[in-house]
Design a protein around this ligand. Structure first.
Ligand SMILES: Cc1ncc(COP(=O)(O)O)c(C=O)c1O
Length: 405
């Protein structure tokens, strides 16, 4: 096994992972198709799925052991009643954030949810009123758009700007949008562009939010999937933002356990938590299961090496996708984080009425995410999930290449 993140040599990317011992997480297409999860069962057997953000990898041994502990002993009853001043899940969260992200969250200002989007919806309901404006940076993970509308709030879009090398936050646009809103939703690292926001961007957002009294909700679920050269900065570590920010996160993306439904909401001040608790009745939101809690604690306490090895592998894949996209003449910026590649296919010659995603599904038999779901700037784009084995990735790229004509 590899050592801690600091010792890794990312310049060698996937070449470092040569022996079977270094590839304990890879799964073949037959193994993946034999499982019951949504990714490999949604489409017919001749389609390779590269859409939903699950990795085609086994989980960390520590996570698997935590789950097997339950199944071996058939231990499916209620959990232990915990002392609210020391909840193991919250302590593991705080220790992980301190170790990996240089942030010291207060475990007592934490709330456990089943998933991050549940936290997003609950905070929108707690901190805004029907009809309020909520700012999002489009293109954006589709539930951000869907649930602003579903909760009767008003979408205020502040599209990211393509500066010729990457997508950046439009701070001037944000300044103009702020008077129309009471909340800003951040997604950092950003899905689908893979951007990791820089300190200057975060400080700019924080200053505007403070000037206009906006609550900030920062979805940082992809924080553990940052590549070398970039560093995730939690919004709550930005002084001007901390007191007005709710951070939503989980171990589910980094450790590939989304089906276990466990996430964290952390409140940047006791005032925010009190407000949340006063509006959202204690048992209205379902909590995580014992499986999810145990797996998340194992991930955050005992699986650093596994994550580091996976990141080395993904780094090789993201480079390969970028090289392929350049050859295929698809506009694409290599992601700074996430295993998602956002590609502009607007110049593709596709059949009238079809999106590039539909064209690829029909002609390449590869299921990508459709850019239209990510808001207006997503039109003509696709999102490719490259968290799979090099072998499956080559098959995907080969098929896409043939369908490009
Ligand atoms: C930015 C972002 N937030 C939230 C989620 C979903 O998280 P959950 O299943 O915990 O709601 C995803 C899943 O891909 C995501 O990319």
């Amino acid at each position: 096994m590899v050592g801690s993140g600091a010792e890794l040599d990312f310049t060698k990317g996937r070449d470092l992972i040569t022996s079977p011992a270094m590839e304990p997480f890879l799964l073949g297409a037959d193994q993946l198709r034999a499982r019951a999860g949504g990714k490999w069962t949604k489409y017919a057997a001749d389609v390779i799925p590269a859409f939903v953000a699950d990795m085609d990898f086994k989980v960390a041994p520590a996570v698997q052991a935590a789950i097997e502990q339950f199944t071996h002993t058939q231990d499916y009853g209620y959990g232990q009643m915990t002392d609210p001043s020391s909840v193991p899940l919250f302590d593991a969260f705080a220790a992980w954030m301190a170790r990996r992200h240089n942030w010291q969250p207060d475990p007592t200002l934490t709330h456990a949810n089943t998933d991050v989007i549940q936290g997003l919806v609950a905070t929108m309901v707690a901190f805004t009123a029907p009809g309020d404006g909520i700012i999002v940076q489009t293109p954006i993970y589709p539930p951000f758009l869907r649930y602003v509308v579903a909760t009767g709030r008003r979408l205020v879009e502040n599209p990211l700007v393509d500066d010729g090398t990457r997508f950046v936050v439009d701070l001037e646009g944000l300044e103009r949008a702020a008077p129309q809103a009471t909340m800003i939703l951040l997604c950092n690292p950003h899905n689908p562009t893979g951007r990791v926001l820089e300190r200057t961007e975060l400080e700019g957002i924080a200053a505007i939010a403070a000037a206009h009294n906006l609550t900030i909700v920062s979805d940082e679920i992809h924080a553990d999937l940052v590549y070398p050269g970039r560093k995730h900065i939690p919004m709550e570590t930005i002084e001007a933002a901390a007191e007005r920010t709710v951070t939503l996160t989980s171990a589910t993306k980094g450790f590939n356990i989304a089906g276990l439904r466990t996430s964290i909401a952390h409140f940047g001040s006791s005032g925010l938590k009190e407000k949340f608790d006063s509006v959202v009745p204690e048992r209205l939101l379902g909590g995580p299961s014992r499986f999810g809690v145990a797996a998340t604690i194992a991930a955050w306490c005992d699986a650093d090496d596994w994550l580091d090895a996976v990141m080395l592998y993904l780094d090789g894949n993201r480079r390969r996708v970028a090289e392929w996209a350049a050859q295929a003449e698809l506009a694409h910026y290599m992601p700074e984080a996430t295993y998602l590649a956002w590609m502009n296919c607007r110049h593709l010659d596709v059949k009238e009425g079809l999106t590039p995603q539909q064209h690829m599904l029909e002609n390449a038999k590869v299921a990508l995410s459709d850019g239209v779901d990510f808001g207006e700037p997503g039109h003509g784009h696709v999102r490719l999930n490259f968290a799979t084995s090099a072998e499956i990735l080559e098959e995907i790229l080969g098929r896409l290449g043939s369908a490009l004509g």
